[in-house]
Design a protein around this ligand. Sequence first.
Ligand SMILES: [Zn+2]
Ligand SMILES: [Zn+2]
Length: 274
Amino acid sequence: MIKDGDGMQARKATDLMRVTILGCTGGVAAELRTTCLMLDEDVLVDAGTGAGDLTVEQMLRIDTVFLTHAHLDHVALLPMLADMIGPRRTFPLRVHALPETIAVLRQHVFNFRLWPDYTILPSPQRPYIVLEPITVGQTLERGGKRITTLPVRHAVPAVAYRFDSGGASFVFSGDTTYHEPFWDALNAIANLRYLMIEATFLDDNTAAATAAGHMRPELLARGLRRLDERLRGRMRLLITHMEPGNEETIMAQIQATGIGLEPERLHRGQVFEF
Ligand SMILES: [Zn+2]
Ligand SMILES: [Zn+2]
């Protein structure tokens, strides 16, 4: 378990948790931002282009970033975030990710070629960014609130996250295809209230979904059918990471599976408190 450290603000265990959607699309264009969630005011989950809408003041409050995986649509703004935050305060940006994700960041991003190595700059003693490995199933506690990694399956090593305020849990799948252990993990979450899950491709696009390790509506329905009835009855289903241009058709295909849940298309700027 990792305890609160430099710069982390301790919270009362009675506080609600707040998830703000900064980016939730499978591509970029005007008004479309890739994956980034803000947890309360000081945590980001993924650092896609949605992170670019934060003001400097908001950026300076971010002390921790949790990454689901290394793909560019989820980490694109991390290097520039470190660049903005680092010189303006005295403690580093702490980044939690799988060891495989950290290895990609070290080799391909913070390598003095694509970007300066802020894990040792401006000095190894006081770098702008600290990369800390996590494992699947690990829980990190922050002021009475718990963030737990869950297993998923994607084209590269990846995790999902559960945010547990005590009263309720919000699960964010990151990128994943159908993976039984993920759904089994959900069934063990008695206070599950929100499932934010990707549905990148249309059902017609089976080959791409398989090759890229993403969901399509029928795969999503297969998972949802595995969920205990008691969870399905009180859970909100939030759909993210859809291929731009196909959103309405993907939503219609999800509804047509007859899963008995009302899927909601996620929008940038939405806030969930629980
Ligand atoms: Zn991905
Ligand atoms: Zn992605």
